[in-house]
Each structure stands twice: as C-alpha cells, then as structure tokens.
Design a protein around this ligand. Sequence first.
Ligand code: ZN
Length: 389
Amino acid sequence: MSPTRARVARLALRPTIGIDIGGTKVAAGVVDVDGQVIDRARRETPSKSKSAQVVEDTIADIVAELAGRHHVLAVGIGAAGFVDGTQSSVLFAPHLAWRNEPLRDAVRKRVGLPVVVDNDANAAAWAECRFGAAQGESHVVCVTLGTGIGGALVLDGVLHRGRFGVAGEFGHMVVVPGGHRCECGNRGCWEQYASGNALVREARELVVNGSPVGHRIAEACGGDYRRITGPMISDLAREGDPAAVELLEEVGHWLGTGLANLAAALDPGLFVIGGGVSDVGELMLAPATASLRRSLTGRGFRPEAGVVRAALGNEAGLIGAADLARRERLRRRDRAKLVTTRLLLPRRLNNQNSTRVNDNPEHASGTALTPGPSTRRLNGGRRRAGDIV
Ligand SMILES: [Zn+2]
C-alpha cells in the first residue's frame, strides 16, 4: 500500500460526530465507520425565540464535549428544515430561528473541524441505506411519519436532494382534492391523512362525537379529547381495541395510497417507513401494503416494491449525518482519487434500468453509495452499500 493510500485508509477509520437537531432536543453521537454509535450527548433545543447564535453555541458545546473524548474526523449536522443545494445553509427551519442561516461555515469556524449540513430526513434515509433496513437496495424511498410526513430519496445509489435541495417533501402531495386544510395552506395533503396528527385528529373526532365504538379511547383520555396522543392509540391497538385498530388501518390505507403515487413516479424497490407512528409495525404496514397493491399503476403486471419499517429508530438522523460527514471529508482529502462516492451494490442492481449521463462517479450529482472491497466487522464480511474503498 502506498503511503498516500495508507494515510487515507487510516483517516477513514476515525469516527465522526453526527448531530440531529430536532424540535425539542439536539441529539449527538460519535459514530464509527460501521455506523455504530460509540458515545452520545444531548441538549435541549433552544426555543424559537432565541437567536441563531444560541443554537450555534449549543452545537459548538456538544461538539466540544464529544471531541474532547474522541479523535474525530468531521461533524455532520442533520436539521429539520430546508437545506440549500450546496449543503451549507439552512434556508428555513420550522422549529428554529434560522432563515438563510450559513450554518456550515459558522459551525466550522467555531469547532475547527470540517462540517456538513443536510436535511434530517436525508440523513436518516442515508443511514437506513448504509446500515439499516435498506442495505443492498439501490432505489429506496424513505417516508417518516411524525406530526407530518417527511421523506427522502435514494435512487440508483445516489441520495437525491433536488435542484434546490428541498426534494422529498412528500407530505404535501395532494391525495384528497378539497380535503382537510393543511398548515402549508393547501387542502388534502397526504400528511393530513397518513401522519401522527391525522391519527390523533380521527381519534378525537370519535370521542367528541360520543361514538360508542370509541369508549376505550374515551376512557384512556379521561373523557378529555385534548389528551389523546398517537402513542395512546397505538397502545390501545396493540391491546386489541377494535376502534384503535381501525384508526391505524385507516392511516395505513392512506399511507399505501400515497406510496402508490410515489411508486408510479419513482419506481423504487423498497419503501422504508420510519417515525413514531411506524412503531406499531404490521398494524399499520399490513393495511398500507394492501392499499399500495390496490392502487399501484399496472398492478399484476409489474414487480411490487417492498414496504418495511425503518431499522435504526430515532438515531438514524445522527448516524446518517455522521456518515455523510465522513464521506465528504474523505472525498476532499482524496487527491489521489482513492475514495469514490458510489454506493456498493450488487452489479445487477447497480446498472440495471438506468442510463447515466456520466459514468464517472466524481461527477454524479448528490452523494452516492460506493462499490468496492472492504473488511466488515459487524455483518459477517458481507459487502454493504456505501463502503468506502
Ligand atoms: Zn400541505
């Protein structure tokens, strides 16, 4: 091995810090080359009323804590909000005071480490493709069911951020023209029917209308519909309450309807469903899969995409952000072109059904999972999407 290659190989083994900035907490972790979180730290998210500077202080503080304990290579930040196409600025964040915030450079100056910034859903999707439920799959659509619906796309092994960095906002596709009013101003958006908020709204309606089938839900919330939460309905469904099961079936039905639209547009091999509502598993995924089949364009005459639950839970965002930071860092270091940026996939998956504008991975738009040999510690030597070579 040449000295340059050996140096890059050593660098590639150093852990990176991933930070997930959510509405209520800032979760950070030190993540190794296999996607394992080896150390953690967390802080409260500063309130929206605080200046952008306060959020940067929080990030700098959490990086200082973790970098004091580990020799890290870089920092990746996943933020809820719109991140620009150059992954340097947060254009808008619903929970924070960021408006056109040049986060990457601001944090880099504060912490003295290379920094990358991405949308939290992109980071989580990347983690699922590299280390989670979508390993080995080249065309993946990730859908995160929280209060709304978030999403991200990995197509042909490449994380697609869109021309302006804001792709994957599936929650605002219209599935019911003239339907429920959405926060975005439109009516009938998907997230009004297939999110945690939709589940809670429907459950409240049952209780408010005094429906006899909703008696256990009414009991659980003590008769006060405002105390109904998503986890409350999920728990009741697991206990077998027919009304709660039906509510989840309805959310699952709408989930599948939207997935069929996405399948028509994007033809993925796999849908990965994450977020709090997906914790109920088959109670929602089975009706979603059935509904996807019923609505799928050309059903019966085409292969169907699988629907699976996300595997990495609420750490997916920080794991993905850390891995994206590693890749960007190594890409920049690699003057000798030793590190490519294409996903490692079985050959038949990687080159099937696609025509590349340019086969040189250096020119691929977006971050790609990379083919190449690598020693694997944790998955029995099996190659994995995105191995760095
Ligand atoms: Zn909307």
